[in-house]
Design a protein. Structure first.
Length: 307
């Protein structure tokens, strides 16, 4: 039994005619008959009853045809998957990102990619940068987006973007509406600070310490996103990254540029020892392109257009 015999059998069953089967396969009628006869000898039973110029499949042929169809469907699926892999449109990708960007920006980018590549699957995890770097090093995720460079030998880090921090205030605050707010303007203000585990906390504290500007730091928030709730409740002011501002559209909050500059970096973290996978490379290229457009459109109020 060989592929040509199976193809001839399938064509005769589908068309109900040796002649039309030959036309479908671009071979002569005698060639089709010969292939069917060879297949019958191999099987040990008749596949067709011949009545003059007409043929009718036997019960055995009908049973065999069902299995042949299943086989060809399986082969077709394998071929489709192989084509999709070649075109970098099939497979699964896992990524981790720091919370602010994992909340809205990355999901928007990810879904845009999914719409163009419907056979892809994704797993997105929100992690602090330290945990994210460990996850990439252990190859628990394929890629990571971090605010810190990797400090482990198993990963490679690529600096993508640098963003300037923004000051958020209650909309009724005396400083609301200013284009720029300097650290000195916040002297003796109630200040919502990020927790000591947040890297930007040290940058912000250093600015106020060097300028000798006193603050009333009564509340610490674990993530920059949480500070918005306190600011909206008129509990104080805060300095946050612009992506968090993009994530929040609370009308009770005013946004201004902050001086001196507090800079937030975005790093791409990838494992050094990972096996090449075209889909991951394609998604990374897509993400970097969309992220660059997002950052380019990011204005001083932290409200860029959707990606």
């Amino acid at each position: 039994m060989n592929v040509r015999q199976i193809e001839a059998f399938q064509a005769v069953m589908a068309t109900g005619s040796v002649t039309r089967a030959g036309e479908r396969l671009s071979i002569s009628q005698p060639a089709v008959s010969q292939l069917i006869a060879q297949l019958e000898r191999h099987c040990g039973f008749r596949l067709f009853d011949r009545q003059g110029s007409k043929i009718a499949p036997t019960r055995e042929a009908e049973a065999l045809y069902i299995e042949v169809q299943r086989m060809f469907i399986g082969v077709g699926q394998i071929a489709r998957v192989a084509t999709a892999l070649r075109d970098q449109s099939w497979g699964s990708v896992s990524l981790a990102a720091f919370p602010a960007i994992a909340r809205r920006v990355i999901p928007e980018i990810l879904w845009s990619f999914c719409e163009a590549h419907p056979d892809t699957r994704f797993r997105l995890e929100s992690m602090r940068s330290r945990s994210l770097i460990d996850a990439v090093a252990a190859q628990h995720v394929d890629i990571g987006l971090s605010i810190l460079p990797g400090d482990r030998p198993e990963v490679e880090s690529t600096h993508l973007h640098r963003l300037r921090g923004l000051c958020i205030l209650p909309a009724a605050h005396r400083l609301a509406g200013r284009e720029v707010i300097h650290a000195r303007d916040l002297a003796d203000e109630n200040f919502i600070s990020l927790g000591p585990q947040d890297h930007s906390r040290f940058m912000i504290d250093r600015i106020f310490d060097e300028l000798k500007v006193p603050r009333k730091t009564r509340i610490e928030a674990g993530q920059s996103e949480t500070t918005f709730s306190f600011v909206a409740a008129n509990a104080g002011v805060a300095v946050v990254d612009p992506i968090s501002v993009y994530n929040n559209d609370d009308k009770r909050i005013a946004v201004s540029r902050f001086e001196p500059a507090v800079e937030f970096d975005i790093w791409l973290i990838r494992p050094k020892a990972a096996r090449p996978f075209n889909l991951v490379d394609k998604f990374v290229a897509f993400t970097l392109e969309r992220l660059a457009a997002f950052v380019s459109d990011l204005d001083d109020t932290g409200t860029p257009p959707r990606v």
